[in-house]
Ligand binder design. Structure first.
Ligand SMILES: Cc1cc2nc3c(=O)[nH]c(=O)nc-3n(C[C@H](O)[C@H](O)[C@H](O)COP(=O)(O)OP(=O)(O)OC[C@H]3O[C@@H](n4cnc5c(N)ncnc54)[C@H](O)[C@@H]3O)c2cc1C
Length: 435
């Protein structure tokens, strides 16, 4: 399949969407997925946000029912330019999120699906494995607990103690306390841009339509609760004077990442007790311009309660280049993407030197940052009460609204499984995997 060719075919600008939505044959599409009242809408499904999760979800919806029509709306000129291209590109093993959580279930299912998808469709990836390294007894105890917790998941989340001698032979530059290296062999890395290109190609090949420069500025549940569908007001953010287009869909999927709380609040209204908000935990990265010391796998410090992230770790890109990050810096705005090297680099360096003492300070440079869309505040996270699961729900009191909030890590790993989860919610069946 020629991905580049397919990705341009069904892309359309707002004016085209507007035309499509007003063409008679587009206006009278029956909803094909539900036994509820027969709404007549322009599209069967509208997915707001073309990050990796929105793309995977739109693809899953388009593949689930060939008679359905799915519109994917993205405010920027290209898909995936927000959090989905500002992360570590790690395929997570599923170690950290505890039993009976969506994050664990979707990470495990997503990891399996993602490896299979990448292999089948030529998306660059590598099963690098990762080491989590303890530097003292307290961290070693925390690793013991992590290892025991992973055992409960059996083969789904394999972990292994790396004997000291083997650790020294494999990674002489990496420092750990005696007996302090735990390996996650199922962790890997993926080219997130190639992944998104493939997802979009599949979506559009399955008949889906991507609308770029299409910012959703209004959402109205028709029939009071969405039983007659959803009306979206859409504008081109690059042309403030442009007309607002109105589009209707039978279901609405809010996958707007950092903008998801704003969409949620548009739906519940200004005085609703269900209004919500996100907190922003920025993670800055540092590039590394030296070829020494050399490390062949991902290396993470031990994650302790209250950190808000997994700790400033060492990741590799697919060319084997090292980078470090992300740290955690709580910020007031989702637009605050500047990497403040003067302030952040010394702290990151101290963290990195604990496990990689030979790191060359002069080779580190501020790189890019991403922002975690958190559902808990800095205070709650700092007090160790910050674990909040993915919020992926068909919202009570509404018909046909699936809401995705707080899709932080491991959202990239989980994207295919999240897509299947949403299909399950929309069509009223349990998701079985993430393929
Ligand atoms: C620092 C960092 C490191 C991470 N590392 C990893 C990792 O290694 N592995 C992993 O599995 N996960 C990781 N994650 C998490 C992962 O990146 C996210 O879970 C994932 O990218 C979320 O995808 P998304 O589609 O939900 O959101 P996004 O990528 O943010 O996409 C949402 C889209 O919605 C659009 N949008 C917003 N509002 C509107 C609107 N009103 N109208 C139209 N469009 C709108 C936005 O423009 C955006 O393109 C990391 C996250 C961060 C911040």
């Amino acid at each position: 399949m020629n991905l580049l060719a397919t990705t341009t075919r069904r892309q359309c600008a707002l004016a085209t969407i507007w035309r499509r939505a007003t063409e008679p044959q587009q206006q009278l599409l029956p909803r094909s997925f539900s036994s509820t009242a027969p709404a007549r809408t322009d599209f069967t499904h509208a997915v707001i946000g073309a990050g990796v999760v929105g793309l995977a979800t739109a693809r899953a919806l388009a593949l689930a029912d060939p008679s359905s029509t799915t519109l994917l709306l993205e405010q920027h000129a290209q898909p995936g330019t927000e959090t989905s291209s500002r992360n570590s590109e790690v395929i997570h093993g599923g170690l950290y999120y505890g039993p009976d959580t969506l994050k664990t279930r979707l990470c495990i299912a997503g990891k399996k699906s993602l490896y299979a998808f990448c292999a089948q469709h030529g998306v660059p990836h590598a099963r690098t494995g990762k080491w989590i390294v303890a530097q003292n007894d307290a961290e070693r105890d925390a690793l013991e607990r992590l290892h025991a917790a992973c055992k409960a998941f059996g083969d789904d989340v394999p972990t292994r103690w790396v004997p000291d001698r083997e650790a020294r032979a494999l990674e002489p530059a990496v420092h750990a306390a005696p007996g302090g290296v735990l390996e996650s062999p199922s962790t890997g890395i993926v080219d997130s841009h190639a992944l998104m290109l493939a997802l979009r190609g599949h979506f559009e090949d399955a008949g889906g339509t991507t609308a770029l420069r299409a910012r959703v500025v209004g959402v109205e549940p028709l029939g009071g609760d969405g039983r007659e569908g959803w009306r979206l007001a859409v504008r081109d953010p690059a042309s403030p004077e442009s007309e607002t287009a109105t589009i209707t869909a039978s279901t609405l999927i809010n996958s707007a990442g950092l903008g998801a709380a704003a969409i949620h609040n548009l739906i519940v209204g200004p005085s609703s007790p269900r209004r919500t908000r996100l907190y922003y935990a920025k993670g800055s990265y540092f590039s590394y311009a030296s070829s020494t010391p050399r490390v062949a796998r991902l290396v993470y410090p031990v994650t302790l309660p209250g950190m808000g992230g997994l700790g400033t770790h060492l990741t590799l890109d697919l060319a084997g280049r090292m980078r470090f990050g992300p740290d955690v810096e709580w910020v007031a705005s989702a637009d605050d993407l500047a990497v403040r090297g003067d302030e952040r680099l010394p702290r990151a360096l101290a963290d990195i030197r604990r496990y990689l003492p030979g790191v060359e300070e002069a080779a580190l440079a501020p790189d890019y940052a991403g922002i975690r869309p958190k559902l808990a505040s800095e205070g709650a996270v700092g007090a160790g009460k910050g674990f909040v699961d993915f919020w992926i729900r068909k919202e009570d009191g509404y018909t046909g609204w699936v809401n995705l909030l707080g899709i932080e890590s491991p959202g990239l790993t989980s994207c295919l499984a999240i897509g299947e989860e949403v299909v399950g919610l929309v069509y009223g069946r349990r998701a079985e995997g993430g393929g």
